[in-house]
Design a protein around this ligand. Structure first.
Ligand code: ADP
Ligand code: ZN
Length: 743
């Protein structure tokens, strides 16, 4: 008999404490339930981790109460949280917080009530005329209700008519409408209309792949063991989404549920619509970062209650409380946005693979440019590889041309980033009435040293990573191993004094485009211009309607967009990402070039891509140019092996930061010392290195990197390091297992 329960307390320290189960909760408590307890004379909330027959804690206190059913987490999710806490070296309680939306974490979890306006009396034409004169807003509200089904949520009504509550109240007083409070069960997306597009007939490649996935799905009910994860490698436009949809339909027929992860950035209305139009019967919940807390809670509850059996969402949707999960899909599995850059620093794709294993269900990782890690797993036979090598509509892949910026010489300074071939390409498209996308990867640091003449970049002799220029004390540093050097005054390769750190922004590009093509209709899309909610949608809508000739943008426009009239994509500078101080720089550049190129020529006319670069012979550029993924993979994997970079090793990045540089540096040194003391021989501890972004938010930041070449558990080691060290006041230490951002 279970008389005791182990409770994980919500508060940050996240203690696990034992409590007695009181009589009234006898037999009612389960693992994953949320409860109220007393801790140090204060009420505290917590989660039931375990039920026990015995407890050796003297003077044990009772659980005070159980919080409603709807918030309980399944044992499987609790186990997943436990695994995450261990693996990523994160406090268990902080991991658990990710599993519950903010409004479900409290003691009172009442469901949202919404106010519904109902038309009671149809006003006559003369009455409407009178309203028109005296109270035009009230007239608008009435006619809005008349046009619709007669009822509408009040907030919705006010939004459409741009009216205030006082107009509603006036209409209630005069008896035209009534307002009632109702429990909200509708989805937050009910106002969007669903466009159904015809269902295409699968081509033979898709047919074969869908067949294989269906077999894995059908095996769910016959207890056929956990299938290997599928890696779906399909070129851009090859019809991967159609494969996902067929798999989802099968899952729904079986009465099961499914989870679809997409990068936040591609969670566009266009994407969501495609899923809703085919799976809406089962209820589709959408989770993304722009939901309000109340909306997030409603979506969560719909999932929890089984009202929505398909969940589409960004990173954190991997925690969705779906029951009878039958399939997980991770689209664009190579995307770095799946990695969370704050505690808990998990990678949603890796957690997804773990969840699928725990659930015993199939998982599909899809990408046109699979990550080196996943593709290697396929090569090793740990994943099952499915390939779509051709575009679905039979179109050819776009032609990619390289413009060598070194040959453009000094001229490149005066043309504002647009080389002559690119200018010619744009004006040809303008004449033909076709559209152009100009892409600039502004992410990463423009602080590597680059020779404008020969394209030489200063690299670390130990790691082969670009060295980062720290302007404050004018030195070059490798942030991974700590190697330091003096910045050269002339290029070590060609002896040109023109070596410098260069950078050009989207704003500058827009300026040049306006100068060269004053008659063109131009829009810019980046984090600076897309601050208003809905502006993303608006610009894309205009672009689709061909009211914009040239779209300039960052990452935002690289993914998932499908515009048939775009026949030219210009990449302003392929090198920015290439020289980021990161062993994944080459991989990221290859991925980005391939993805951006995939935006061209999606319609009838063949597309063209112009890539401007100082490093035309770099493998990332060359393999992307020839659409040669496996060629790229072969050379990349040998580079990783030669330098023992992941996946041939595992990394733990420890960051130590503080306002005082001296104190932070000293602490970092003692962390490195402590790590060296506890680390087994297979784990290499780096020197202390300044972070590439050495000073951020007023704090100095230093890195210590642990590299394990034998698959040792770095999470465990991280716990040991944290336990063995006491940091002085004002110094913060964070641990990042399998880091993606080394900044
Ligand atoms: P991906 O996700 O691989 O980039 P999509 O699934 O978006 O590719 O497909 C690209 C385009 O091809 C879409 O417009 C889609 O409707 C179309 N498509 C997919 N499968 C087929 C097919 N079997 N026959 C014809 N068109 C298809
Ligand atoms: Zn180095």
């Amino acid at each position: 008999m279970a008389c005791f329960a182990r409770i994980l307390i919500d508060r940050s320290e996240g203690q696990e404490l034992d409590y007695a189960i009181p009589e009234e909760l006898d037999g009612k408590l389960e693992m994953g339930d949320r409860v109220v307890v007393m801790m140090r004379h204060r009420r505290a909330l917590g989660t039931v981790l375990e039920l026990m027959g015995h407890s050796s804690v003297p003077g044990i206190k009772p659980i005070l109460s159980l919080i409603g059913d709807d918030v309980a987490l399944s044992p499987l999710l609790i186990n997943m949280a436990r695994w995450m806490a261990d693996y990523y070296c994160a406090p268990f309680s902080s991991v658990m917080r990710s599993f519950l939306p903010p409004m479900m974490r409290g003691e009172k979890v009442v469901s949202r009530k919404i106010r519904i306006a109902r038309l009671l009396q149809n006003p006559s034409e003369t009455e409407m005329l009178a309203f028109q004169k005296k109270a035009p807003k009230q007239r608008e509200l009435l006619s809005c209700l008349q046009k619709g089904p007669g009822t509408m949520p009040v907030t919705e009504l006010l939004r459409i008519c741009v009216a205030t509550d006082s107009s509603i109240k006036a209409l209630v007083r005069s008896g035209y409408i009534a307002v009632t409070e109702e429990k909200a069960t509708n989805s937050v997306h009910d106002d969007e209309e669903i466009l159904s597009s015809p269902i295409p007939t699968l081509n033979p490649d898709q047919e074969r792949i869908v067949g294989e996935i269906h077999r894995a799905i059908d095996a769910l009910d016959s207890g056929g063991g956990v299938p290997l994860p599928f890696l779906l490698h399909g070129v851009t436009g090859s019809g991967k989404t159609e494969v996902y949809l067929r798999a989802l339909v099968r899952i729904l027929e079986m009465g099961r549920s499914a989870l679809v992860l997409v990068p936040e950035i591609s969670l566009t209305p266009q994407t969501v619509e495609r899923f809703r139009s085919r799976c809406d019967a089962a209820g589709v919940a959408v989770l993304h970062s722009h939901l309000t807390d109340a909306e997030r809670r409603e979506e969560w509850l719909r999932i929890r209650r089984g009202e929505a059996r398909i969940v589409i969402g960004a990173r954190s949707a991997i925690f969705a409380p779906l029951a009878k999960l039958g399939l997980i899909i991770v689209d664009e599995e190579h995307e770095n946005t799946y990695k969370q850059e704050e505690t808990p620093r998990y990678h949603a794709r890796d957690v997804a693979v773990m969840r699928a294993r725990m659930e015993g269900c199939p998982i599909i990782l899809g990408s046109a440019t699979p990550s080196v890690e996943s593709y290697r797993n396929a090569r090793l036979g740990k994943y099952s590889l499915l390939e779509l090598p051709r575009r679905a509509d039979g179109q050819r892949m776009p032609l990619i041309r390289i413009v060598d910026l070194r040959l453009q010489g000094k001229r490149s300074k005066s043309d504002g980033g647009l080389s002559a071939p690119l200018q010619m390409g744009i004006s040809k498209r303008l004449e033909l009435g076709q559209q152009t996308i100009l892409f600039l990867n502004r992410r990463g640091f423009s602080t590597s040293m680059l020779c404008q003449q020969c394209g030489h970049v200063c690299r670390c002799p130990n790691c082969s990573l670009s060295l980062t220029l720290h302007r404050a004390d004018n030195r070059l540093a490798c942030h991974l191993c700590g190697h330091q050097a003096k910045p050269p005054s002339i290029c070590p390769e060609c002896r040109d004094p023109g070596i410098q750190h260069a950078g050009i922004g989207t704003q500058k590009v827009e300026e040049s485009v306006r100068k060269f093509f004053p008659e063109a209709r131009i829009a810019r899309m980046d984090a600076d211009t897309m601050t208003k909610k809905g502006s993303y949608r608006e610009v894309l809508g205009k672009f689709r309607a061909r009211q914009i000739d040239i779209l300039i943008g960052t990452q935002m426009i690289a993914k998932g967009l499908d515009f048939p009239n775009v026949t030219l994509v210009g990449i302003i500078n392929a090198d920015i990402g290439l020289h980021a101080p990161d062993f994944r720089a080459g991989e990221r550049t290859f991925q980005l070039l391939t993805q951006v190129a995939g935006r061209a020529g999606r319609g009838e006319t063949e597309g063209e891509v112009i890539v401007q670069t100082f490093s035309p012979s770099s493998p990332s550029v060359q393999y992307a140019r020839h659409h040669d993924f496996s060629g790229f993979f072969e050379q990349e994997i040998s580079f990783r092996e030669a330098f023992a970079h992941p996946p041939f090793s595992r990394l733990l990045l420890i960051q130590i930061r503080g306002v005082s540089r001296e104190k932070a540096l000293l602490s970092a040194k003692s962390v490195a010392g402590a790590a060296a003391a506890v680390a087994p021989p297979s784990v290499k501890v780096s020197e202390v290195a300044p972070a590439p972004l050495e000073r951020a938010y007023g704090q100095y930041r230093f890195h210590v990197t642990l590299k394990s070449v034998s698959g040792s558990q770095l999470g465990k080691l991280a716990h040991e390091v944290a336990d063995s060290i006491r940091l002085p006041e004002g110094i913060v230490m964070t641990m990042d297992v399998d880091p993606y951002s080394l900044s």
